[in-house]
Write a protein that binds this ligand. Structure first.
Ligand code: SAM
Ligand code: SF4
Length: 334
């Protein structure tokens, strides 16, 4: 079993399958983002092998992410292969949930295959439904594709959660309307605070919006009730009485949730980062490509548990300050 030095049981793996993306969200990456050479990225077989190793050590939930996972060409094969592991026992574990986070641009073409693989729910990131603002935030004019993708996911029977980064002076005023729209469509919506990860072309301080302030404003419009729900991630959930839908809040800056952390992340090159906000790292690709992959993988996971820090130390208050980590969220896996 995976248990870290602070007694936290680790059961949730976020696995990045690529660092590439077809959007360029301003808070996530610079316009001229340097992507990794393809040969550095784990193969489908390696991702599968790795997943087996994690399940054997008690990982019960795997989220595929990136970068944009749906830009990877063999994604349907990977989904099918991992989908077959759902419910299967291996070592001390059993995979209970396979899911993914996507920007939705290519979802229309993949929704059926995602559902067929056994995925029940997905997260789709959407910060605005205004086409001009979408084009400004993502530097690509793809809102129509994303909305078609979300509709296709719903039609395929997938439960959709919308992830929205709250951005001061950008989508701030649209948040109530986004909630009404998402809940009207039967989707939950989770708001996220922007985190200082990797250099981008802007200063994130300019658009950082604390969710404490957002919640106050929302409470002038809606009745919000804490409902104690957990989806196994860092969000705290509220029910919006007027819509009947769920609103999640992920607030790493204003409400630290590290004490209940159950997650680890693996980059597309097989680097395990036990904390999104820390530099600690274990090289799983080296273990996988060694003479004794299973034994070395097990040792590497033990080491990851040993070095997982107690908490992150994000701070986004000072203009011009360096990010907490040089790695972009698209590299570590969001
Ligand atoms: N490309 C996919 C997507 O956008 O859903 C998956 C990867 S993306 C890195 C995962 C999530 O991280 C998205 O919801 C995105 O908005 C969020 N994200 C990216 N950079 C972030 C940052 N610096 N702070 C907070 N959230 C960020
Ligand atoms: Fe791409 Fe997701 Fe980053 Fe936007 S947030 S640039 S969609 S990886």
């Amino acid at each position: 079993m995976l248990r870290d030095g602070f007694g936290r049981r680790i059961s949730y793996l976020r696995l990045s399958v690529t660092d590439r993306c077809d959007l360029r969200c301003g808070y996530c990456m610079p316009e001229k983002m340097q992507f990794l050479p393809r040969r550095e990225v784990l193969s489908l077989e390696e991702l599968y092998h790795l997943s087996l190793g994690f399940i054997a050590r008690g990982i019960t939930k795997i989220r595929l992410t990136g970068g944009e996972p749906l830009v990877r060409r063999d994604m349907p094969d990977l989904l099918r292969a991992l989908g077959r592991l759902l419910g299967a026992h291996g070592g001390q574990g059993r995979l209970d949930e396979l899911t993914l986070t996507t920007n939705g641009t290519q979802l229309a073409g993949f929704a059926g295959q995602i559902a067929d693989a056994g995925v029940k729910r997905i997260n789709v990131s959407l910060d605005t439904r205004d086409p001009a603002l979408f084009a400004r935030l993502t530097r690509r004019d793809r809102l129509a594709d994303v909305l078609t993708g979300i509709a296709a996911a719903k039609a395929a029977g997938l439960r959709v959660k919308i992830n929205t980064v709250a951005l001061k002076g950008l989508n701030e005023d649209e948040i109530p309307e986004l909630i009404r729209w998402a809940h009207g469509e039967g989707h939950d919506l989770t708001l996220i605070e922007v985190m200082p990860l990797g250099e981008v072309d802007e200063d994130r301080v300019d658009h950082f919006l604390p969710l404490t302030a957002v919640r106050q404003r929302l409470e002038e419009i809606f009745t919000l009730q804490e409902n104690g729900h957990s989806s196994g991630g860092p969000a705290r959930y509220l029910t919006v009485a007027q819509t009947g839908g769920q609103l999640g809040l992920i607030s790493p800056l204003t409400n630290n949730f590290c004490a209940s952390c159950n997650r680890i992340r693996v980059t597309a090159t097989g680097q395990l980062y036990p904390c999104l906000g820390g530099g600690e790292r274990v090289d799983l690709r080296a273990a996988l490509r060694s003479d004794a992959p299973d034994a070395n993988l097990a040792l590497a996971l033990d080491e990851a548990m040993r070095i997982k820090p107690e908490r992150h130390h994000f701070d986004i208050s000072a203009r011009g300050a360096a990010p907490a980590q040089p790695r972009h969220m698209s590299v570590t896996g969001g």
